[in-house]
Design a protein around this ligand. Sequence first.
Ligand code: GMT
Length: 378
Amino acid sequence: MNIGITCYPTYGGSGAVATELGIALAERGHEVHFITYRQPFRLPSFLPRIFFHEVDVGRYPLFEFPPYDLALAVRMHEVVRSHNLELLHCHYAIPHATSAWIAREMLREAGEDVHVITTLHGTDITIVGQDPSFYPITKFSIEKSDRITAVSQYLKDETCRAFGCEGPDVDVIHNFIDPDVYNRDKYPSLLKNQFGKSKPILMHVSNFRTVKRVRDVVRVFAEVNRELPSVLVMIGDGPDRPAAEEEARILGVADSVSFLGKLDQIAPLLAAADLFLLPSQSESFGLSALEALASGVPVIGTDAGGLPEVVRDGETGVLCAVGDIPGMAAAAVEILHPKRWSEMSRLAATDARERFSRDAIVTKYETLYRTSLPAQKT
Ligand code: GMT
């Protein structure tokens, strides 16, 4: 198949999933065209059967807000025609699914067509999509897609609750990991060399948005550190990073907290972590938690959204109520007992591989494509 993929190309789980899906599809012989404003961050410079089409939003003095959505629709339309794409797979509804609808309408005017599949990832449904300024266009774009997938059962239910289920059925296709990449045994322990082997390493990876509650990460760490001297490694960047840094200073733990900023290769760092902290307000799936589990890192998180579908509470991690700092800290200390940690770490890596391995999940997308395309196109 010739497949177009549109995603947010910078940091974020939806871009990571879209890119890794594209890479896996190309490995299976499909031709994959990424259509977006920048080269996706997990895409290496060259891979066979993968192409990148940059969306350029020209500047014009009148455009205080350059219309990316329209430029994207025009590029989609052009790439579909010039590369005979059979389907456009949009990751994150806004504005990608809307642009795809425009591109498809333009094609239909000329008697041509393309299939539009939209994968819902999270705040496109739970926050931004429900904002009154976006709600009607989000609902419209979902209903106009040929097929919809959601990355968790929670997100599917939330989509039906908030937007109704009048559009196409929503298929749940969970996120996935490459078990060869997220493998604890594969990497030298760079962080242990830096911080010493005796102190447990707690880790958080995110884009530091409010929904991630990064202050809570530092608060949980401060309580753990009082009982069990440890270090906290914070990876990523975003609007709430200054708040997290301030919290570390206020709580007197700044010397034990390292903010590493945005990094592309997370697997070698996860391989050195002892615990992963994800105290999010809401998390449709929690790809970073899955990557941690696959790396043998138990997760302390919240029982919010789709996280309970990823973390087996009490077995591969512990999930507490949002904001329950003492509960999360107590669970962390308990898990860090060597015997308990070894059991959980082993189970986390096994469970992640059994339920969320790349091959099985990519096959689900492939099957979805094949069953949803008109017969002559498969
Ligand atoms: O929806 C977002 O806020 C952005 C998105 C992203 O690009 O990181 O995150 C969502 O999609 C990920 C990939 O499917 C999920 O693992 C994250 O849980 C989800 N984020 C939220 O629900 C907050």
